[in-house]
Ligand binder design. Sequence first.
Ligand code: SF4
Length: 228
Amino acid sequence: MRIAEIYRSVQGEGALTGVTSTFVRASGCNLRCWFCDTPHASWRPEGEDLSVAEILGRIALLDCSHVVLTGGEPMLFAEMIPLCEGIHAAGRHITIETAGTLYLPLACDLMSISPKMSNSAPAMDDYPRWHRRHEQTRTAPDVIRRLTEEHAYQFKFVIDRPADAEEALRYLERFPQIDRTSVFMMPQGAEQCELETTGKWLQPWCDQHQLQFGPRRQIEWYGAVRGT
Ligand code: SF4
C-alpha cells in the first residue's frame, strides 16, 4: 500500500481533539475535492510502498495509544483489514478518516465520516472527467448505513457558505439514525482568518440546530502544514 506519510501529532478535529496520535496517510483517493488539503494523497498521490508489517513497525516506534488511518481515502485499500487487526492486537485505538463512499469489513473504534457535498466538486471546465466521476461517486447511502451500524462514528461536514450548511441538514434528514451529537460542522479554509470568518455565523447556526461546531484546531496550532 502506498503511504504518503506516517507522523505523530495532535488530533485537531472531532471528538478526539487534543489527543496525541500517530497519523498514517494512505496515498490515493477516489474523489477529487477542489479544496483538498492533502493533494499529495489525492490529486498528486505520492509516497512509498510499504507492507502491513512495515507500517505496523513504524506505528510501534511512534508509540501512541491512538492511531488515525487517513488519506486520501484509506478505505480504497484491502490491506487496511490486516493493518487494523495488527493495530488492535497492539492495544491501540483506531480512528479511520473516510469520505464514506467505500466499505471494508475492518476493526475500528471510531469511523470518522466526512461526506462530500456539492460544494466539493472540482471545476467542470478544468477537470471534466474528474468532475463527472466525483459527482457520481461522492454519495453512497448504503455504505453510510453499513458503517454507522457497525462502528462508533462521527460525521464531519466541510462548510463554506450557509447554503452548504443547509445541504448538510438535508443530507442528515436522509439518515435519521445518525446521532446529531456526533455531527461536526467545520469551516472550509487553509487560513485561520478564513476559519474565523466562517465560524462567526457557523457556530451560532450549529447551536441553533443542536450540532457540533468543529473549529479545525490543527490550522490554528500549526497552519496548513504537511505532517501536522
Ligand atoms: S475525499 Fe478527502 S482526500 Fe479525497 S480529494 Fe476529497 S478531501 Fe481530498
